[in-house]
Ligand binder design. Structure first.
Ligand code: DGL
Length: 268
C-alpha cells in the first residue's frame, strides 16, 4: 500500500481526499491542512512557494510515496519548484477551464478562483492554450475561504458574499462555472441556490485522483489485503476542528479507516 500526502492551505483539499478515499480507499493518507496560514490566495507568490515547498518536504520526510498538492493556489505558485526538489510523484490541481470550454454550449464560462491563482503565470499560460472563441469571466472569491474554514459553508453570510462574486458571471450569462479552488466544491449547495440547477459546475477532483491512481500504479507498492487504509489528519491550527470538519464536509465514511488527528509542529 502507498502512503499518500495530501496538502492544502486548509480544509479545501478535503474535497480531493474525499474522492481519493472513494477511488483508492485501501491506501494510507496524511492530510496536511495549513489552516493557521489560510488563506494562501491573498499572500505573495514567494511566500506561497516557500511554504508549500517546506510542507511538501515535510510530507516526503514522513515517507510519502506521492504527494497531491490539493490546492490550486499552491500548484500555480510552487509545483515546478516542488517537483525539482522532491523525487516522488507530485500531483497538482488546476482550474478545469479546458473541460469547461468543451462542455459549455454558449461559450461563456465563469471561473471562480483565488486572486493568486488567477494572477499566476501558470493560469495565464493555461488560458492561452485554449482557442479564443470561449469567453472566460474570471472572478476572485475573496473572503470565501475564510468563511469555509470557519465552518460556514452554508451560512447566510457566505450566500451573500457568494452572490456578490457570482453577479458578473451571472450577468454575462455563463452556462458553466469552474470551481477553481478546492474549497469551493463545499459551496455547491449555495451556488445552486443562487444560480439554479442548469449551470454546469466543473471541479477536477475526479481527474486529479485518476492521475494519482496512474502514478501509484507505476510505483508498484506492496499490495496489502485490507480494504481500508489509515488517514492521519495534521493541522497547523487545530487538529480536533480539522477532524470534525472532515467528518462534516466529506461524504466518505471515516469510521471504515484508521483515523488519527494531530497538531502540526513548526515546519521549516
Ligand atoms: N484551497 C485552495 C485552492 O485550491 C487555497 C485557498 C486559499 O488558501 O486561498 O486554491
Amino acid at each position: 500500500m502507498a502512503l499518500i500526502g495530501v496538502f492544502d492551505s486548509g480544509v479545501g483539499g478535503l474535497s480531493i481526499l474525499d474522492e481519493a478515499l472513494r477511488q483508492l480507499p485501501q491506501h494510507h493518507y496524511i492530510y496536511l491542512a495549513d489552516s493557521a496560514n489560510a488563506p494562501y490566495g491573498e499572500k505573495t507568490s514567494e511566500w506561497i512557494a516557500d511554504r508549500s515547498l517546506n510542507l511538501c518536504r515535510y510530507l516526503a520526510s514522513k515517507g510519502c510515496d506521492a504527494i497531491v498538492i490539493a490546492c490550486n493556489t499552491a500548484t500555480a505558485e510552487a509545483i515546478k519548484q516542488i517537483r525539482e526538489a522532491i523525487a516522488i510523484p507530485i500531483i497538482g490541481v488546476e482550474p478545469g477551464i479546458k473541460p469547461a470550454a468543451m462542455q459549455s454550449q454558449n461559450n461563456i464560462v465563469g471561473v471562480l478562483a483565488t486572486e493568486a491563482t488567477l494572477k499566476s503565470d501558470k493560469f495565464i499560460a493555461l488560458l492561452n492554450t485554449l482557442p479564443n472563441d470561449c469567453q472566460f469571466i474570471k472572478q476572485a472569491g475573496a473572503g470565501l475561504v475564510q468563511l469555509i474554514e470557519s465552518g460556514q459553508a452554508d451560512s447566510v453570510d457566505t450566500l451573500e458574499l457568494l452572490a456578490k462574486h457570482l453577479e458578473p458571471i451571472q450577468d454575462a450569462g455563463a452556462d458553466t462555472l469552474v470551481l477553481g479552488c478546492t474549497h469551493y466544491p463545499f459551496l455547491r449547495k449555495s451556488i445552486r441556490k443562487l444560480l439554479g440547477e442548469s449551470i454546469t459546475l466543473i471541479d477536477t477532483s475526479d481527474a486529479v485522483v485518476r492521475q494519482l491512481k496512474r502514478q501509484i500504479d507505476l510505483l508498484k507498492t506492496e499490495s496489502g489485503n485490507k480494504e481500508f487504509g489509515s488517514v492521519l489528519f495534521l493541522s497547523s491550527k487545530n487538529e480536533a476542528s480539522l477532524l470534525s470538519m472532515a467528518q462534516d464536509l466529506m461524504s466518505a465514511d471515516l469510521t471504515s479507516h484508521a483515523v488519527e488527528a494531530r497538531i502540526l509542529g513548526e515546519v521549516r
